[in-house]
Ligand binder design. Structure first.
Ligand code: NAD
Ligand code: ZN
Length: 689
């Protein structure tokens, strides 16, 4: 390859990588897999290594992430002008970096050799090995132990301020004791796999676009305009690094740092271990790779950091990444296979989901033969046909997913995917609401099985003994048709089913009995109203308090509930008015199932101290009583211990004091929003008429 050829290819690669950075970091909607992206970046790095004259500070190999919105924008070098920023751009006091990658043990050894050369010392070295959580990095800034702001990484220099959204993650500490005066704490915000699957199901249910993977889902959820939406997304955070304050902390090793973070109250949820040398790292890597599927978060590798912090100072950073650490990535197999057919499954709510049947392929240790194609929006975007060759991988090593269609392999024989007219389970005509196809028949057997399974699930009525096999048997024998029939089961009905003895039959009956007292919010979730997940069930229960009130709710009243949109409200209303549903509720009530909301929220503000100043729209005593009911303390004077100062009209000197001490302030409206986030409803004042 001549220098000229290399230059041309390098420019091509840079354009491509910038385009994919933009899709990934700014839009949260990548078009190619991480492995494909990593190959492009690797190729560019190798070119720049072979032809050093091609190196340049604005090559993607020398940059972190992408510029946030509101900065001059443009992935092809020339600015596209300013897109309006949703968030305030914020400069990090100290720079944030990405990580260089290793894919093989060889490359980890090469990393260790680089360390030896740079430090002029023989290895093996001691390392801290941590799970590489696949989320997005955030920076929290504390002054005198008080959280001042939190921001995304952005391009490493400038991020987006997302403080309000970060505060919806309950484990993030707002105040700290015994820490350096100015402190940056860094970690990862991520979406647990379970929350990710649930979110995508909710999006499917609404006919909306699903997220490609938990990382994009986390990034999209943290960067919401409305923190209430973020609050409902089940984000979590884990922390692993300091920026400002590292020197002052006096810490000597990375492992000490992780323990220190824990001790200061930060969630350190990603596991960590100590290892010696590249071989030791390999041991940890292999064992974590095996356990990968049982983690609650998606890990895309392990992060290897020199444990001794004094060595970090000697090694420093490249433009993109620290020299003392490396990400050792898990393999991400991608296989080409053929889409043989598409079948349609009917879910608990009657929603029809297309499922792709693949020519079976082996990916990362197991056979993949089926893949969900989510909904019509997804099919349109993917533009796949029966007979197409597709590229498939396992997202997070677990969930099979079509990455893209290999359109260049089309022969013209491929057939478009046609949605059925009739329900594949019961033959009832399907109805279409927006992009969602649904079987409206309340007695559809598909709904029966799913309805029972969902009703018994842990977060619903929690009837542990009622497994899938048993549900099938009960349906087969006609012992139950719907969830109300569960409460009529007798011991003799159960004996002999699924090898059930006296003891397990009695156990199951006891669990069924106990499920009667779960309360309205669990019941609403368990009944699977369309579009109603855990969060909405909670909000509905909080708003209406009893089933009777809810059954009489109007569309307007439903629209007043947090997070209920037009479509959801209509779906709920239709179900509430459905005679079959009302009959089911009546029979559940007769069986003794509790239909009232449980008191909630007594601890929502526990541990926080509030001070009020200025004139509020409600009598001050009422607001104080409300705060105390939610577990908060209310005091009269602002001090360092104050969590928030609530500021009304014409505030007094307390406001200046709070500013001087760095105590965060809330308007009255912000206070009610905070309460709504934490309890699922806006506060009600007992004396309000
Ligand atoms: N598919 C696409 O189009 C596309 C586009 C751009 C980027 N990407 C993906 O993103 C990657 C680059 O993103 P990146 O710069 O965030 O790097 P990265 O995700 O590969 O690694 C660096 C990041 O790891 C995170 N991390 C997780 N656990 C950590 C721990 N215990 N200690 C330290 N850091 C930890 C930090 O956020 C850090 O910034 C690429 O390798 C690619 O996989 C994909
Ligand atoms: Zn049906």
């Amino acid at each position: 390859m001549t220098l000229e050829e290399a230059r041309r290819r390098a420019n091509e690669l840079r354009d491509l990588i910038r385009y994919h950075n933009y899709r990934y970091y700014v839009l949260d909607a990548p078009e190619i897999s991480d492995a494909e992206y990593d190959r492009l970046l690797r190729e560019l790095e190798e070119l720049e290594e072979r032809f050093p004259e091609l190196k340049s500070p604005d090559s993607p190999t020398a940059q972190v992430g992408a510029r946030p919105l509101g900065q001059p924008l443009g992935y092809l070098g020339q600015p596209l002008g300013y897109l309006e920023a949703t968030f305030r751009p914020l400069r990090h006091p100290t720079r944030m970096y990405s990580l260089d990658n290793a894919f093989t043990l060889e490359e980890v050894r090469a990393f260790e050799e680089r360390l030896e050369r740079a430090l002029g010392r023989k290895g093996p070295f001691a390392y801290a090995v941590e799970h590489k959580v696949d989320g997005l990095s955030v920076n929290l800034y504390y002054e005198e132990g008080i959280l001042v702001w939190g921001a995304t990484r952005g391009d490493g220099e400038t991020g987006e301020e997302v403080t309000q959204n970060l505060l919806t993650i309950p484990t993030i500490p707002r105040r700290l004791k015994g820490v350096p005066e100015r402190l940056e704490v860094r970690g990862e915000v991520y979406m647990p796999l379970e929350a990710f699957l649930r979110l995508n199901e909710e999006l499917e249910e609404k006919g909306e676009k699903v997220f490609k993977n938990p990382r994009n889902a986390a990034a999209g959820s943290l960067r919401q305009k409305d923190p209430r939406i973020t609050a409902g997304r089940g984000l979590r955070a884990t922390f692993y690094a300091l920026g400002l304050g590292l020197e002052e902390s006096g810490l000597r090793t990375q492992l000490d740092l992780l323990h220190w973070l824990k001790e200061k109250g930060f969630p350190v949820e990603h596991g960590f271990a100590r290892a010696y040398g590249a071989e030791g790292v390999e041991g940890v890597y292999q064992s974590w790779l095996r356990e990968r599927r049982s983690l609650s978060f998606e890990a895309d590798g392990v992060v290897v950091k020199l444990d001794e912090l004094s060595l970090w100072r000697e090694l420093g950073y490249t433009a993109r990444a620290p020299r003392f650490a490396i990400a050792y990535k898990f393999p991400a197999e991608e296989k080409e296979t053929q889409l043989l057919d598409v079948v349609f499954q009917v879910g608990r709510t009657g929603r029809v989901t297309p499922v792709g049947l693949l020519r079976p392929v082996f990916i990362e240790g197991s056979e993949v033969a089926r893949v969900t194609l989510h909904n019509e929006s997804y099919l349109e975007e993917l533009d796949v046909r029966v007979g197409d060759w597709v590229l498939v991988h396992k997202a997070g090593g677990v969930i099979p997913e079509v990455l893209r269609v290999l359109k260049e392999r089309r022969t013209g024989e491929e057939k478009p995917i046609l949605w059925p007219e009739a329900c594949p389970e019961c033959g009832h005509r399907l109805v279409k609401e927006g992009k969602v196809h649904r079987c409206p028949n309340p007695l559809c057997p598909a709904k029966r099985f799913e309805a029972l399974r969902h009703y018994a699930s842990r977060k619903a009525m929690d009837i542990g003994g009622l497994g899938e096999k048993l549900i099938e048997k009960l349906l087969e024998r006609g012992l139950v048709k719907d969830v109300a029939d569960l409460y009529r089961l007798k011991e003799e009905d159960l004996l002999g089913l699924e090898r059930m003895g006296e003891k397990s039959a009695q156990n199951l009956l006891r669990q069924i009995e106990e499920s009667k007292g779960r309360g309205l919010e669990r019941l609403l979730y368990a009944l699977g109203l369309p579009g109603v997940g855990e969060v909405l069930a909670r909000n509905l229960a909080a708003r209406f308090r009893t089933m009777d009130r809810l059954l009489e709710a109007s569309l307007e009243e439903l629209l007043e509930v947090e997070e209920v949109g037009e479509l959801t409200a209509k779906g709920i209303l239709e179900t509430l008015r459905n005679p079959a549903f009302r009959d089911l509720v009546r029979r559940l009530k007769e069986a003794g199932v509790e239909m009232e909301a449980k008191e909630r929220g007594g601890e929502a503000l526990k541990g926080l101290t509030f001070v009020l100043t200025g004139e509020l729209s409600r009598p001050r005593e009422e607001v104080k009583a409300l705060l105390r009911r939610l577990g908060a303390k209310v005091t009269d004077a602002v001090s360092r211990k104050t969590g928030y100062l609530v500021v009304g009209e014409a505030p007094g000197s307390k406001l200046e004091k709070a500013r001087a001490l760095g105590v965060p302030t809330l308007t009255e409206e912000e206070l009610y929003r905070l309460i709504a986030e934490r309890t699922g409803k806006r506060p009600e004042f007992p004396s309000a008429s």
